[in-house]
Design a protein around this ligand. Structure first.
Ligand code: AMP
Ligand code: MG
Length: 316
């Protein structure tokens, strides 16, 4: 029999090859109190790459869960030395905290517990001044865990040969590479006043993390006052900036996630100042929504939704 592959079969093989490249594999998992969706494009090893990335996210969930005895964060809060990975994450958090002038603070665990936003999920209530003055500074990575997980999962996919992937971590998104057809991704940014709708779309060429923090995400009401889960480290009370949501787009997930939380604390003016100050060392873009219906964005790739209820302005 001839060793030459008949032309027809060769064409079919090539077509199959193209189709395989466009194939996607997906996985939905629940970790870090969040439904996460992984979509990986191309390659026959997509399934095993997904397995590795999902394993990594579960590992980090176990590592960073403050309320779970046996987690690295729990051990650290009970006086043990941090392991190498935790120490690195602590150093990075300190760096981001300094860059954000203290608006990001990974030691709000005690205060969060008092408000009932902690990992122990105690009752929601307004703590007394005396309780807040006396609170212990416990490590809480709630503000960066997803960013770190998204960043690590993306890295694991890359190490497994994946060139194109989207990881949706409950609204935050980690992108790897370009879309399989080489075009840009379009990410919808949630409308903080109607979370079933979106504020606008963001075009991105990939390798970035899009983190959104909002005061609408977790809150309770007492005597007609609304108390949300993003605390101002200066007062240990819910942040009182004019922002209802902040989206940060940045290459590194930990930076994006931490800064989105910090920006909700510091407000528009300080956030824009910080962005200019970090332009060389940690560049990022912002999409901000205020409590009086204004929305600011710094990136050309953002397109406001039609018939939006906001007044949009591009700023720098
Ligand atoms: P995110 O959803 O990323 O904005 O993170 C909110 C979570 O971060 C909260 O549920 C707390 O666990 C934690 N947190 C709240 N305020 C701060 C803050 N100012 N700095 C760091 N972490 C915070
Ligand atoms: Mg965050």
């Amino acid at each position: 029999m001839s060793k030459r592959i008949p032309a027809l079969i060769l064409a079919a093989l090539l077509l199959a090859g193209c189709a395989a490249k466009q194939q996607s594999a997906s996985r939905t998992v629940f970790a870090m109190d969040t439904v996460m969706n992984f979509t990986v494009y191309g390659g026959k090893s997509a399934e095993s790459a997904l397995d590795s990335a999902v394993r990594e996210v579960y590992r980090l969930d176990a590592l960073l869960a403050r309320g779970v005895p046996g987690s690295a964060v729990y051990a650290y809060n009970h006086g043990e030395e941090p392991n190498e990975e935790l120490a690195a994450l602590l150093a990075l958090s300190d760096e981001i905290s300094a860059a954000a002038d203290g608006a990001f603070d990974p030691y709000l665990g005690g205060a969060l517990d008092l408000w009932g936003f902690g990992s122990g999920a105690g009752e929601h209530r307004v703590p007394t001044d005396a309780e807040l003055a006396d609170v212990s500074r416990l490590l809480d990575f709630g503000g960066v865990a997803k960013g770190y997980a998204g960043q690590r999962a993306r890295e694991v996919l890359r190490q497994n040969g994946v060139k194109s992937a989207v990881i949706d971590l409950g609204g935050d998104v980690a992108l790897l590479g370009k879309k399989p057809d080489g075009s840009e991704w379009h990410i919808a940014i949630r409308d903080p006043n109607d979370t079933s709708s979106y504020l606008g779309t963001l075009a991105s060429s990939g390798d970035c993390y899009v983190a959104t923090s909002g005061v609408y995400e977790r809150y309770f009401e007492e005597n007609g006052v609304r108390y949300h889960h993003i605390l101002d480290p200066k007062t240990l009370r819910p942040a009182e900036s004019e922002l209802v949501s902040a989206t940060v787009i940045c290459e590194r997930g930990v930076w994006a996630d931490a800064l989105a939380t910090a920006v909700c604390v510091m407000g528009t003016e300080k956030a824009l100042q910080m962005r200019r100050a970090l332009a060389e060392t940690a560049p990022f873009d912002l999409v901000l929504v205020t409590n009086d219906g204004r929305a600011f964005y710094t990136c050309g790739g953002f397109v406001p939704a039609d018939a939006s209820r906001y007044t949009f302005r591009q700023v720098s």
